[in-house]
Design a binder for this molecule. Structure first.
Ligand SMILES: C=C(OP(=O)(O)O)C(=O)O
Ligand SMILES: [Mg+2]
Length: 572
């Protein structure tokens, strides 16, 4: 057996066979003087195999995730049945006498370039479909296995170089017991999704794809960030015991499900959850969440071949608001696309620094057609619960004002159309850009609330990529620079009678919780599975006692000094 160490990204222990999820190498050689009849036969057979796989995936997705998610596979099937694409490939095989791989590649690229350059969104989306489908057909031509995560139907641990958010969205929790990746950090979106799926995960384990073969027995220790490959019987027993202990601990926490979130000195805070889809609401309720502090709506736009319609979005928002319960807050973040969250069908230009690029509110203010559709859906859904709207990646007051003005315009438009809209929607911002944290005082006059997005705030403040394990030593949530920014935001909010929450992963971190409590954070939004452990921890903490040491905490020079000091004052 061998053991790898990575970053514990989602709690729990998983023991199962490895399933490697990787796109095969699709490079090929162009061959001349081929027999066209044979090449056409090979092409037809690769297309048929691809079609039958896609039919299966589509049926499976329809059953597990509904029609909306299955739609992308219908679009792929249409491409594979389109004579306007297939005939030119066959013509090329005949005229140039080249192998099917070369003819497929050339013809598909020609169509992709043509569609991508059209001034028509529908056609640009078709370019993305052709690109996806061509990969599958090419893999079959080259006889290299193409992974179909949606079709996994036995208990496995997924092993991948990295998982995109849309890969993660396809994983079926019934069979996928856990996952491990070479790259990534605790705040990469695949790790965040693992926590909302409640499956154990270890990310950033560097060489899992090198060291693990399909079918190896793997133990994922999501509590301590370990990956064991082909463990001995004794090791397996040890981990089965650890798994059982973790289950017992969870049963203890579960007793707090309907209890209030109070500290030892009877101070209330709000413990709410981060979600990515309406399906996650169930986990929020099971884990005693007092609402939703961050609904990442990007996932509505992913795993599809086109933008979600206003009605589709309305249905999702209504489902969340009603599911959570009408009195409980639901903070919905408007589209935060960009960074590692791409939408193929929008065909946005590749950027050198996507995390510093054209994303989130920057994108929405330019593509206000897309933004308005989302805002209308949100406003229409607002009558079904306690909705709060939050804009991501706000860097300037002017961005906030523009976004809010568009929201108010759409509200007026709906009212003119005779559609009811709630009059009590709070409108706030994520604080994830250092400049915004620095002038929080000025922002606090404009917004109804702040939610601190430490996942990004830390990476921008420390100039350390949140997904790069090489610089993860610099990604320091307890660094005094971060704590001073957080404190600045909380004080600014309170001075204007507003509330300050946090929806970055730091809010659910047991080391950070006492510090944030002492700084006066009002709302802690975290993965649903962190809520009960946090509630249990709060019961033992005195807010006033920690707050009395606030200045000392903020004046420490290093993260280590902060952690040591807070440990001293909370354990004494
Ligand atoms: C919550 C945040 O947003 P995301 O993780 O989706 O970037 C954050 O940046 O802290
Ligand atoms: Mg962010």
């Amino acid at each position: 057996m061998s053991q790898l160490t990575g970053i514990a990204a989602s709690n729990g222990i998983a023991i199962a066979k490895a399933y490697r999820l990787e796109t095969p190498d699709l490079s090929f050689e162009t061959k001349k003087d081929q027999n066209p009849e044979e090449e056409i036969k090979r092409l037809e057979s690769a297309i048929e195999t691809s079609k039958s796989e896609l039919e299966k995936i589509k049926a499976h997705t329809q059953e597990k995730m509904g029609d909306e998610h299955a739609e992308i596979f219908s679009a792929h099937l249409l491409v594979l049945s389109d004579p306007e694409l297939i005939q030119p490939i066959e013509d090329k095989i005949k005229s140039d006498q080249i192998n099917a791989e070369a003819a497929l590649d050339e013809t598909a690229n020609m169509f992709i370039t043509m569609f991508e350059n059209m001034d028509n969104e529908y056609m640009r989306e078709r370019a993305a479909d052709i690109r996806d489908v061509t990969k599958r057909v090419m893999a079959h031509l080259l006889e290299r296995p193409f992974p179909n995560p949606a079709l996994i139907n036995e208990e496995v641990v997924v092993v991948a170089q990295d998982l995109t958010p849309s890969d993660t969205a396809q994983l079926n929790k019934q069979f996928v017991q856990g996952f491990t990746t070479d790259v990534g950090g605790r705040t990469s979106h695949s790790a965040i999704m693992a926590r909302s799926l409640e499956i154990p995960a270890v990310v950033g384990a560097k060489s899992v794809t090198q060291d693990i073969k399909d079918g190896d027995i793997i133990i994922i220790d999501g509590l301590d960030g370990k990956v064991l490959i082909n463990p001995s019987d004794d090791e397996r027993k040890t981990y089965e015991q650890k798994q059982a202990q973790f289950e017992e601990q969870k049963a203890e926490w579960a007793k707090l499900k309907d209890e209030p979130s109070v500290t030892a000195d009877q101070k209330h805070v709000e413990l709410v959850a981060n979600i990515g889809t309406p399906d996650d609401v169930d986990g929020v309720l099971r884990n005693g969440g007092e609402g939703v502090g961050l609904y990442r709506t990007e996932f509505l736009y992913m795993g599809k071949s086109s933008l979600p319609t206003e009605d589709e979005q309305y249905d999702a928002y209504k489902e969340v608001l009603e599911g959570v319960g009408s009195d409980k807050p639901v903070v919905v973040r408007t589209l935060d696309i960009g960074g590692d969250k791409e939408l193929d069908y929008l065909d946005l230009p590749k950027e050198l620094n996507p995390f510093l690029g054209f994303r989130a509110i920057r994108f929405c203010l330019e593509r206000d057609d897309i933004f308005r559709t989302q805002l209308r859906a949100l406003l229409r859904a607002s009558v079904h619960g306690n909705l709060k709207i939050m804009f991501p990646m706000v860097a300037t007051i002017s961005e906030f004002k523009q976004a809010k003005a568009i929201l108010l315009e759409e509200k007026e438009n709906l009212k003119q159309e005779g559609i009811e809209v709630s009059e009590n929607i709070e409108v706030g911002i994520m604080v994830e850009i250092p400049s915004t944290a620095v002038i929080a005082k000025q922002f606090a006059k404009e917004v109804d609330f702040f939610s601190i997005g430490t996942n990004d705030l830390i990476q921008y403040t420390m100039a350390a990529d949140r997904m790069n394990e090489k610089v993860s030593y610099l990604y320091q949530p307890y660094h005094p620079a971060i704590l001073n920014l957080v404190n600045n935001v909380i004080e600014a909010a309170h001075a204007e009678g507003k509330w300050a929450g946090m929806c970055g992963e730091m809010a659910g971190d047991p080391v950070a919780i006492p510090i944030l409590l002492g700084l006066g954070l009002d709302e802690f939004s975290m993965s649903a599975t962190s809520i009960l452990p946090a509630r249990s921890q709060l019961l033992k903490l005195s807010k006033d006692e920690i707050a009395s040491h606030k200045d000392e905490i903020l004046s420490k020079s290093t993260a280590e000094e902060v952690v040591e000091f807070v440990k001293e004052i909370t354990e004494s």
